[in-house]
Design a binder for this molecule. Structure first.
Ligand code: ATP
Ligand code: MN
Length: 460
C-alpha cells in the first residue's frame, strides 16, 4: 500500500508494510541505525524512517543525504523517540535520485530573501510547504463558499481591449515587431496591423465582463490571474496576482458588504480547521499570535465607517502620518493600518468614498459627491478587498464617463447592460495573495505566490 506521508503519520502501528515516497530532509546516524526524515509535502512533519545499518549496504546509506529522493518500505511501529508517535521500520530502501553536497537547502534556517533566489526549491522548506498548503486550502474554500451559495464560476478573458477604469497600469499584448513598429500617417502606432487589429492588454480586472454574466445569471464569481504593471516596490503589490471577483445582481452595497465579510470568515475558518499544524508553525516562526488574531476576526463583526467619518478620525492624528489627510484625498496604507490597528482593532469596512478618487462605474450617492464604494481594510495589510455597488442608471453612467473625459462609445456594451433590463448590482475584488498574507502572517507578498513577478523580476 502506498500513501501520502500525512496519512501514514496518522496510522496505528501494524505489521503490514507501507510504502513511503519522498525527499530526505535530514539524516541522523547512531551506532546501529540511521534515521531518515522523509517529507512529501503533504504535511509539515516528515516520516521518521529507521534504517538498521546491519541490514543495508553501507554504501547505499552513504549515498542518501539531505535532498535525495527515496522510496522506503516497512511496517509502522511505535516510536522510541519523543518527538513522534510512530516511525517506519525500514525493510526496503531505494535511492531514486541522489543529491550532492552542493544542495542549497542545507539544514539551517535560510532567510526568505535567500529562498526567493531559490524559488524553484523553496517549496521543499517547512515555511514554503506550509504556505503552499494553506494557499491550496484557501483556493478550495473560495470555490466551496461560492458554490455552496449558488454562485456560477465564470472565466473572464485575460487579454482585454477594455481598460477597467485604469485600475492599474496595464501590460500591453502585441505581436508587432518592436524594432519596426508600423505607424499611421500622423506618426502614431498603427494598431490595425497588430494581432487583434487594435491595442490589447493583459486584464487588470475581470469585473466589467463579470457584470455581463451577473446581469444574466444573478450571482457569479471569477477567480483568476490579474496583471498590473505596478511600479511600486511594496510588500503588498505584485505584477501578476490572483483575484476573486464576485458580482451579484439585485444586490446593493449592503448585500455586497455582507457577502465580503461572510466570505472572508469562511476561508479563514477553513484554514484554521484544515491546517492546524501549519498555522501553529506560522504562529511560532512567522508572526506571533496569528492564529488567535484570525479566531478573533472570525468571531467579531467587522467595523463599518464612512470615508467622511474615517477622515474625521484620522485628521487629528495627521502629525503621525507621512501623508496628512483631509477630505478628498486617498486613504493610504498608513491610514488604513491606523484605522484597523489603533482604532478598531479588527477589520474595517470603509464606505462612500469621494467620487473623484474612485472608478467611473461606482454608483453615485444622492449627495452628488460620494459613491457607493467599500474597501475592506485589515490590520497589518490595509486594503484586501475593494468593491462597490455599480452605477446601473444609464444616464448617470454616461454623464460620469463624460465628466471624466472618457468616451462612452468605448463602453458601448457595458452601457447596453444599463439599457436592457438594468438592475442594481454590486461586487468586489479580493486579492488572493493579500488574503494568504493575512492568514499566514507572511510579511512580503512575494513569498505567498510560487513565482512572484514584480518590477525587474521574472525568474523561473
Ligand atoms: P491598492 O490601493 O492596495 O493598490 P487597489 O485599490 O489598486 O489596491 P483594487 O483595484 O480595488 O485595488 O483591486 C482589488 C483588490 O486586488 C485589492 O483590494 C487588493 O487586495 C488586490 N490587489 C490590487 N493590486 C494588487 C497588486 N498589485 N498585487 C496584489 N494584489 C493586488
Ligand atoms: Mn493598486
Amino acid at each position: 500500500m502506498q500513501e501520502r506521508i500525512k496519512a501514514i503519520l496518522q496510522m496505528e502501528p501494524s505489521p503490514e508494510p507501507i510504502r513511503a515516497e519522498g525527499w530526505v530532509r535530514t539524516k541522523r546516524d547512531s551506532k546501529n541505525v540511521s534515521f531518515l526524515e522523509i517529507n512529501d509535502g503533504s504535511c509539515l512533519k516528515g516520516l521518521q524512517a529507521v534504517v538498521d545499518k546491519e541490514k543495508f549496504d553501507q554504501s547505499l546509506l552513504d549515498s542518501i543525504g539531505t535532498g535525495a529522493s527515496v522510496v522506503a518500505e516497512g511496517p509502522i511501529v511505535a516510536s522510541q523517540g519523543g518527538s513522534q508517535k510512530t516511525e517506519m521500520q525500514v525493510e526496503k530502501l531505494t535511492l531514486v535520485g541522489a543529491c550532492p553536497q552542493d544542495y542549497p537547502l542545507q539544514k539551517k534556517r535560510h532567510t526568505v530573501e535567500f529562498l526567493r533566489e531559490k524559488a524553484y526549491l523553496r517549496p521543499r522548506t517547512n515555511l514554503f510547504g506550509a504556505i503552499a498548503r494553506v494557499r491550496n486550502t484557501m483556493a478550495y474554500a473560495v470555490h466551496s463558499f461560492f458554490q455552496e451559495n449558488g454562485f456560477i464560476y465564470v472565466n473572464t478573458p485575460l487579454i482585454s481591449a477594455s481598460d477597467c477604469e485604469g485600475a492599474g497600469a496595464q501590460f500591453q499584448v502585441t505581436t508587432l515587431d518592436l524594432n519596426n513598429v508600423p505607424k499611421t500617417e500622423d506618426g502614431k502606432v498603427d494598431y490595425s496591423k497588430d494581432f487583434f487589429g487594435k491595442m490589447a492588454n493583459l486584464t487588470v480586472s475581470g469585473q466589467l465582463e463579470g457584470e455581463t454574466y451577473a446581469t444574466a445569471m444573478k450571482d457569479i464569481y471569477t477567480f483568476g490571474p490579474t496583471f498590473r504593471a505596478e511600479n511600486s516596490n511594496t510588500a503588498r503589490h505584485l505584477a501578476e496576482f490572483w483575484m476573486i471577483e464576485p458580482e451579484m445582481a439585485f444586490c446593493t452595497l449592503e448585500g455586497d458588504m455582507e457577502c465580503a465579510e461572510k466570505f472572508l470568515k469562511y476561508i479563514f475558518s477553513a484554514v484554521l480547521e484544515k491546517n492546524e499544524e501549519d498555522m501553529e508553525f506560522f504562529s511560532k516562526f512567522v508572526l506571533d499570535g496569528v492564529v488567535d488574531t484570525l479566531r478573533h476576526v472570525i468571531e467579531s463583526p467587522f467595523e463599518h465607517m464612512t470615508y467622511t467619518d474615517a477622515i474625521k478620525v484620522l485628521e487629528p492624528n495627521n502629525d503621525r502620518f507621512e501623508f496628512p489627510v483631509k477630505w478628498g484625498v486617498e486613504i493610504q496604507s498608513e491610514h488604513e493600518r491606523f484605522l484597523t490597528e489603533e482604532i478598531a482593532k479588527r477589520p474595517v469596512i470603509v464606505t462612500d468614498y469621494p467620487k473623484d478618487i474612485k472608478a467611473f462605474y461606482m454608483k453615485l450617492n444622492e449627495d452628488g459627491k460620494t459613491v457607493r464604494a467599500m474597501d475592506v481594510l485589515a490590520p497589518r495589510l490595509g486594503e484586501i478587498i475593494g468593491g462597490s455597488e455599480r452605477e446601473y442608471r444609464y444616464d448617470v453612467l454616461v454623464s460620469r464617463l463624460k465628466e471624466l473625459g472618457m468616451n462612452p462609445e468605448d463602453y458601448w456594451w457595458y452601457l447596453d447592460l444599463r439599457k436592457y433590463g438594468t438592475v442594481p448590482h454590486a461586487g468586489f475584488g479580493l486579492g488572493f495573495e493579500r488574503a494568504v498574507q493575512y492568514v499566514t502572517g507572511v510579511a512580503n507578498i512575494r513569498d505567498v505566490i510560487p513565482y512572484p513577478r514584480y518590477v525587474k523580476s521574472c525568474e523561473f
